[in-house]
Design a protein around this ligand. Structure first.
Ligand code: MN
Length: 249
C-alpha cells in the first residue's frame, strides 16, 4: 500500500485539501500535514528562526502552527514518518492556478519542490479557476496523475506542476505535458486608511492573464486540458555562461 504525504498552502481547512485527501485514499495511506492558515504566496520559505508546534487533528491529520508548506513536508517526513520516505508527496488542491512565473511565489509548488529536494516523487495540484471550485471533479484527475506516478515513477530531480481546469470531470479533455508559460499581468498596490488613520497597502492582482502559446501550462488549461509541467531545481541559465565570461577579464 502506498504512503502519500499531503500538504497545501491554503490551510488545513481548505476544501481543496479535503477533496484531494478523500480521493487519494483510494491509492493508499494519506498523511496530511498542513499549515494552520492560508499561506498562499509564501513560496519555499522554511522556518529557521523559531520553534514549531504540531497538533494532531485526527488519525493521519496534523496541523503545523505557524508552519509553511515546506515546513509541513519536512515535519511530515522527519517526524511523522520518522525519516521513512513516503511514496509520493502531494500538495493541493490549490484554490486557483499556479502558472508561469507565479510558481516562484507558490507555497503549493514549493511544497512539491521540497519533496523533490528530499528525493521523493512530488507533485503540486492547482485548480484553474477563481471561484465555485469543482474540487471533487478536479481531484478525480489529480488521482489519475498520482496513480500513474506511483506505478511508473518520475525521473530523478524532477517534480511536477499540475493545473486542472475547473470543469466537470467529463468536460476535461485529457492531459498535456507542457512548458512553463509567461504571465502578462502585474500586481497592483491598493491603498487604504485604517480606522485609526494609518495608511495600509495591499498587493493584489486585479485580473489574471497569461500569454497563451499552445504548448504552455496556460495554453493547456485554457483549452480544457490538465497541464503537467515537469520542473527542476537548477535555475542556472547555461546558455549565457559563455557570454558572461567578460566578467572574468
Ligand atoms: Mn494557495
Amino acid at each position: 500500500m502506498a504512503t502519500i504525504l499531503l500538504t497545501n498552502d491554503d490551510g488545513y481547512f481548505s476544501e481543496g485539501l479535503i477533496a484531494l485527501r478523500e480521493a487519494l485514499s483510494s491509492l493508499g495511506r494519506v498523511i496530511v500535514v498542513a499549515p494552520d492558515r492560508n499561506l498562499s504566496g509564501v513560496g519555499h520559505s522554511l522556518t529557521f528562526t523559531m520553534p514549531l508546534r504540531m497538533r494532531q487533528v485526527e488519525k493521519d491529520f496534523y496541523v503545523v502552527v505557524d508552519g509553511t508548506p515546506a515546513d509541513c513536508v519536512h515535519l511530515g517526513y522527519r517526524v511523522i514518518l520518522e525519516g521513512k520516505k513516503p511514496d509520493l508527496v502531494c500538495a493541493g488542491i490549490n484554490k486557483g492556478p499556479n502558472l508561469a512565473e507565479d510558481i516562484t511565489y507558490s507555497g503549493t509548488v514549493s511544497a512539491a519542490m521540497e519533496g523533490c529536494i528530499l528525493g521523493i516523487p512530488s507533485v503540486a495540484f492547482s485548480a484553474f479557476g477563481r471561484e465555485d471550485f469543482l474540487f471533487e471533479d478536479i481531484a478525480h484527475w489529480c488521482v489519475k496523475v498520482a496513480r500513474k506516478i506511483l506505478e511508473r515513477g518520475i525521473p530523478e530531480n524532477t517534480y511536477l506542476n499540475v493545473n486542472v481546469p475547473n470543469l466537470r470531470r467529463d468536460e476535461i479533455k485529457g492531459i498535456k505535458i507542457t512548458r512553463q508559460g509567461k504571465r502578462n499581468y502585474r500586481e497592483k498596490v491598493f491603498r487604504y486608511t485604517s480606522p485609526y488613520g494609518e495608511v495600509l497597502y495591499w498587493i493584489a492582482a486585479e485580473e489574471f492573464g497569461w500569454e497563451g502559446e499552445e504548448d504552455t501550462d496556460y495554453g493547456a488549461v485554457r483549452e480544457g486540458y490538465v497541464s503537467v509541467t515537469p520542473l527542476h531545481m537548477d535555475l542556472t541559465n547555461y546558455a549565457v555562461m559563455e557570454a558572461l565570461s567578460f566578467l572574468k577579464e
